[in-house]
Design a protein around this ligand. Structure first.
Ligand code: UGA
Length: 429
């Protein structure tokens, strides 16, 4: 089946490539000529494990191509996916102007029946707007359906998440679109939930908000554990084994970040307010997350006494392992707070340093974790990259000025770290 994927950002490129991988013919469109040039010449504009090879493989097989020409993509395809960015505006509401622009272009370009599908994360009721805009610019009076098919990809495991998802959500307004979309996803073995468009749009925001709530819950609980002598990792395990709760997303840590949870939470709070509901629960989820990042700074201060003129080493900058994404990374909040208190900061991340340099030009970047350890008064581990778990801790300790270790992701066992001579704190244990 023929697909046009408009937007070759993270979601569009991964989804387009995976659709090609399951046998469809995909044209990826982007108005950023540089990006299309890079892709056409075999380069990769984003970091995602396995994506480079998969793109090459499907281009070679003739199932995947790239263009800047929306008209060409729309013309050749039955399915037109909208996967352009919906970045937050200053007030937290998503900026939907790119979606509108694309809807105009699709309306003007289509000459026969199309299924126009929202892939980007959008507020509930966006489908209605897309329908209206396409209709207004529908020069040739072509038939079309609008649908919503939210994505649930996680950075770092996006290909696997696409090919082996927990579920596929299809929000449709006609039987015809439902049948075609079910056919499109037939090669993917997963439960398919067919709903109206508004429900599908809500499923995306509700899922991300619920997962954020789980994390803030366990982070709040980590404070109670610290004050009462409990161990949050054990409490999470004990809770998570109850199938109704589940073990996933119960890792207490230095707070959640990335371009999805913080942005989607804010957007959902905003949408709810517009619909006349004050979603207080989610406001508190945000507050707890903000506090959690700053608690890491407080813990560091408590162990080194004064932060002024102290040298602090940061391990991990990306918002989570296996990505170079720095957007809304907790490391930024933590490093800024440390520097505001007068500390100097050196840092290392296996892949995110180039991106980090753009957001934080004023810190020292190191070649590896041992370089970070050299002469520092404390190490703060912010992102749990595998290589940190494998460090020679004895060597790390010997290099430090003071053996203070703040483990923002509970990578290490407190008793072992103390045995090695570290002054160690984790989160909630
Ligand atoms: C998230 C969702 O998990 C995806 O399902 C969704 O498709 C995606 O957003 C999106 O809307 O595009 P992602 O942002 O890639 O995916 O990252 P996650 O793996 O969900 O992690 C988000 C943040 O939560 C990270 O900062 C991570 O460190 C933190 N986290 C996660 C915790 O602090 N504790 C946990 O137990 C789990």
């Amino acid at each position: 089946m023929r697909i046009c994927m408009i937007g070759t950002g993270y979601v569009g490129l991964v989804s387009g490539t995976c659709f090609a991988e399951i046998g469809h013919e995909v044209i990826c469109v982007d108005n950023d000529k540089n990006k299309i040039d890079v892709l056409q010449s075999g380069g990769m504009p984003i970091y995602e494990p396995g994506l480079d090879e998969l793109v090459k493989k499907n281009v070679k097989a003739g199932r995947l191509s790239f263009t800047t020409n929306t008209g060409e993509g729309v013309d050749k395809s039955l399915f037109v996916f909208i996967a352009v960015g919906t970045p937050p505006k200053d007030n937290g509401d998503p900026d939907l102007s790119s979606i509108e622009q694309v809807a105009i272009e699709i309306g003007a370009a289509m000459r026969d029946y199309k299924i126009i599908i929202e892939k980007s994360t959008v507020p509930v009721q966006t489908g209605q707007w897309v329908r209206m805009v396409v209709e207004r610019f529908n020069k040739h009076g072509s038939e079309f359906d609008v649908a919503s098919n939210p994505e649930f990809l996680r950075e770092g495991s996006a290909i696997n998440d696409f090919l082996y998802p927990d579920r596929i959500v299809l929000g449709v307004e006609s039987k015809r679109a439902e049948q075609k979309l079910l056919e499109l996803y037939d090669p993917v073995d997963a439960p398919k939930i067919v709903t109206d468009i508004a429900s599908a749009e809500l499923i995306k925001h509700a899922s991300n908000s619920f997962l954020s709530t789980k994390i803030s819950f366990i982070n709040a609980l980590s404070v109670i554990c610290e004050k009462s002598g409990g161990d949050v990792t054990k409490v999470a395990e004990g809770m998570g084994l109850d199938k109704r709760i589940g073990c996933d997303f119960l890792n207490a840590g230095a707070g959640f970040g990335g371009f999805c949870f913080p942005k989607d939470l804010k957007a959902f709070i905003g949408i709810s307010a517009k619909l006349g509901y004050d979603f207080r629960l989610l406001k508190e989820v945000e507050n707890i997350n903000e506090e959690q990042m700053l608690r890491v700074v407080k813990k560091t201060e408590e162990l080194v006494w004064n932060l002024r003129d102290k040298k602090i080493g940061i391990l991990g900058l990306a918002f989570k392992p296996k990505t170079d994404d720095m957007r809304f990374a907790p490391s930024i909040t933590i490093i800024n707070a440390l520097m505001n208190e007068g500390a100097t900061v050196k840092a290392y991340d296996p892949v995110a340093m180039e991106r980090a340099k753009k957001v934080m030009p004023d810190i020292e970047y190191c070649d590896n974790a041992y370089d970070v350890a050299k002469g520092v008064d404390a190490i703060v581990l912010v992102t749990e990259w595998d290589e940190f778990a494998k460090m020679d801790l004895q060597k790390v300790k010997e290099m430090m000025r003071q053996p203070v270790f703040v483990d923002g992701r509970n990578v290490f066992e407190p008793a072992e770290m103390q045995k090695l001579g570290f002054i160690y704190v984790g989160i909630g244990r």
